[in-house]
Write a protein that binds this ligand. Sequence first.
Ligand code: NAI
Length: 307
Amino acid sequence: MASSKIVDGKVVLVTGAGRGIGRDIALLAASEGAKVVVNDLGGSVDGEGGGSSGPASDVVKEIKAAGGQAVANTDSVSDPAGAERMVRQAVEAFGRIDGVVNNAGILRDRIFHRMSALDWEQVIGVHLMGSFYVAKAAAQHFREQQSGAYVHFTSTSGLIGNVGQANYAAAKLGIVGMSKSIALDMRRFNVRSNCVSPFAWSRMIGTIPTETEDQKARVERMKQMTTAKIAPMVVYLLSDAAKEVTGQIFAVRMNEIYLMSQPRPIRSVHSAEGWTPQAIADTAIPAMRKSFLPLDVSADVFNWEPI
Ligand code: NAI
């Protein structure tokens, strides 16, 4: 029955939906009744190499074969005009736009002292600038129709930390700030904005070295965190069932769903006379030190097997 489908009739744009997590979101959204713009420029994991229309149109074929509705788009999210075209394509093909999933991404991992300005700019360009361009292109439509839902992809590389990912961490935390700001600014238009921080086996994490037996075993376990496990949370957030849910960050790892914290003061110290650098060293830091967070990476915090 059509009426039992959670995003029935909604028009959804999913970026980077030719592969990985985005592909599964597009497939599930379509099977839950959405009309989907499947965007993917078809590049390599580091954003290099000629784009290919293959991945996006393959997903469209898959959706149509299953009886759903979809169109392919091969623009880059890091091109403002491309972002405009994606949204226009949704409106031209299906008459409106109800949801934007900012999922497209690349990696250019480098230890910080070797990170070039290009590594920085390209990752910021796809993740942070790209998420902005696509969100911005839909904003006027959302305002006019007084409804809309954004789902942006963040990462525990930004929320917690990871080695060699300063560009990616900065972009992914920037996206969290943007999402919260959109949630605040567009609440008056009934528009929602949330972040999802996924853990999933995709080509993006497929570059993890597998030299030792331990590493091999770890990778085998990670392969069980399939990309399809992320899609239900995203499709829920696009639906009217989530109409009270905005400004939040959810993490999804296999069959676990987490509500993530957002920074709040955890300790404060006060001095009636004000502080000198020496007084901070003598009093403020000793008082706060017990509450310092360790230099954790994501895997230190998520230190149990995916379940
Ligand atoms: P993936 O590499 O399998 O898929 C990303 C897709 O985005 C690719 O098909 C690629 O062609 C496309 N893309 C790249 N640049 C683009 C551009 N400029 N315009 C349009 N499309 C573009 O990666 P995966 O794992 O599915 O990642 C999806 C999202 O989830 C990303 O935002 C990633 O940062 C995030 N993420 C993934 C994690 C994981 O465990 N797989 C962990 C944390 C975050």
